[in-house]
Design a protein around this ligand. Structure first.
Ligand code: CU
Length: 176
């Protein structure tokens, strides 16, 4: 009889230890995102739980490549539509032809977190940085040099991982 009591006590103890470890893990995982919300938008501070589900919803996993080859329209412009959100660009790898005008139509996916899109490659005629908005905005440039240029969001909150590290990282490849 005593033996059974002891067994139950030990089992209960082990279960509670497991449980607290699991909940701690969840807390750690969600903390940066919740804290990010608090600063980017004071209003959403209290609805931490709700925001987390919104952030985790996008199907685009960080780091997944979404490649697109720009098509030259009838008017001689290569147009690509890009959406940015938590934490991705879609597409995030864009291939364009050298010396042909490019137009990116960029839009921000629904969400409270601010994002931008930038490429700093003035040597290749590509040099822009704009904050993404719900409304579509057009970025125009003419790539003048073959190569691969990094495209990313440079937003970062305090000591948290940058958006670039979280997946808002990609490239423009200029080809012949
Ligand atoms: Cu961002």
């Amino acid at each position: 009889m005593n033996c059974i009591k002891y067994f139950i006590a030990v089992t209960a103890m082990l279960l509670s230890v497991n449980f607290s470890a699991a909940s701690q893990e969840i807390k750690q995982e969600s903390k940066p995102e919740g804290a990010g919300q608090a600063v980017t938008s004071e209003v959403t501070r209290s609805s931490e739980g709700k925001q987390q589900t919104v952030e985790q919803k996008p199907g685009q996993a960080a780091g997944k490549e979404k490649r697109v080859v720009a098509v030259v329209d009838a008017d001689g412009v290569q147009r690509v539509t890009i959406t940015g959100g938590e934490y991705y660009f879609d597409p995030n790898y864009i291939i364009v032809k050298v010396n042909i005008p490019v137009e990116f139509v960029v839009t921000k996916a629904p969400g409270q977190i601010p994002h931008d899109i930038m490429v700093k490659a003035p040597e290749a005629g590509i040099n822009f940085k704009i904050d993404l908005k719900k409304e579509a905005q057009t970025i125009k440039f003419i790539p003048t040099k073959i190569g691969k240029y990094e495209m990313y969001c440079d937003k970062k909150l305090l000591f948290f991982k940058s958006h670039k590290d979280r997946g808002m990282d990609g490239a423009i490849e200029v080809v012949q």
